[in-house]
Design a protein around this ligand. Sequence first.
Ligand code: SAM
Length: 470
Amino acid sequence: MAKTACTVPTTQIILDEDIYPRKGVSLKRVSMFAENMRDGFEINPIEVQIHPNYDDKYRILDGAHRWHAYKEIGATEIPVHIITLDGLDPLLYAAKKAIGPLQLNEEEARNTARRAYQDNPLLTSYEIGQAIGRSRRTVDDYIADLKATFQLDLDLKIFRMNRMVIPQERIAKRLGVIQRTVSNHLEKMAELPNFLNADLSKGFTVPQVAEKHGWAEPLVWSIALEGKSDLDRFKALNWGLRTWDLWNWNDCDKRFGDDWPGRIPAQMIAHILYYFSDQNDLVFDPMAGGGVVADTCLAFNRKCWSFDMDDRPDTRPEIEPCFWDITNLKWPIKGKTKPDLIIFDPPYFKKQSNNYDPDGISGLSKEKYLKFLKSFFALAHSNAKKNTQMAFINADWRDFQNTPAKNETRINSILINDYLWILNQSGWQETHIFQAPLSSERFKANVVSAMQKRKIIGVTSRYVIISKKK
Ligand SMILES: C[S@@+](CC[C@H](N)C(=O)[O-])C[C@H]1O[C@@H](n2cnc3c(N)ncnc32)[C@H](O)[C@@H]1O
């Protein structure tokens, strides 16, 4: 913890309710401080920290009454100590300071304990108790319900990630807990599937069981389908199996993956898994988006490690944050573990680019986008096993906006042969190309009619290119 003494304009200091442990200020104390100030008594500087959301503001850690008093006497500048907390919880720091002159009352102590725990559930009752001047057991009482909800949430996250066979040390790191916590939870949860199986054997459906227990549906499928063959899984999910190389579905199955720009049908992932992997194989999912690959792997008993630059620790803990940086590409798995199958579904160049983070690869020029893919393929190649296969999903990109078909040029387009070329240059050889067209139903009739009149060709081509190492 560091401290810098200086003076700061009164207008730059604010009292932030989020980190103020008391219910209000005592007007009597404010008047007492104001009187002392007018009489020239020396007053300790108030403690502030730089506001996390506003660069030019400071928020009070200790000294709310003195700050009110300074304002009352019309001071334009206030002597402060600017504190750098180095990871200490600001609310608890403020509470510890507040109880120096006067203990928190019951309501203030309870509220502060609950707010601190909600902000950071990894705080112990002892740590909270130390800051608010209460015993560990009292804090336990204050936060019992919050703790139970957090434990249940943590149980489910660990259970889900373990089901994908993510190593315990990775789970621990991702959830910010120690590895022992993960193994303790897993021991405790060994019985968990029994409750679900009991309901399923009574005839409840998977969605009913998922709703009853508050579990995500793919997780319940993974239990309901345990021990079944892939074909039985297709049947249970009501998905017909395609035998030919044309894979088209009208819609994404909403049971798998989140509503996400560029969401792909889980049926397509299931087909890739069925034809190009076996149960218990490890699938690597480098640009996971809404989690369709992870969810489908759960239902088809594949291990799955997913990554994306978009970090959603609460809803998608199994998708590890990972930014594939074109200037410094690094493989996020250390050690000997190598995937059996890579399912790579990047943004299709500029398609949906308005909905993706501009720092992602859809923000790149055509040249850089292709360069990125080439470097990624090469990196994947050097981190893959001899028999690893890669399913690369992409669509034709044609810069057809307002251009009649016969006037189109190749300057701005990226077509399948461009992808095949860079795959080959980076050590991969395609074995299959599946046509998995995008749905054309999303176009409005008037748009289609205008395109037809102007002889403009739209794009629905999407491909799944399967490659092996050369
Ligand atoms: C087409 S979406 C994946 C959709 C996913 N298959 C689904 O069905 O939900 C592509 C993803 O790539 C991610 N992405 C783009 N550039 C990235 C980068 N440089 N590093 C990591 N992720 C990136 C985006 O955040 C986006 O979620």
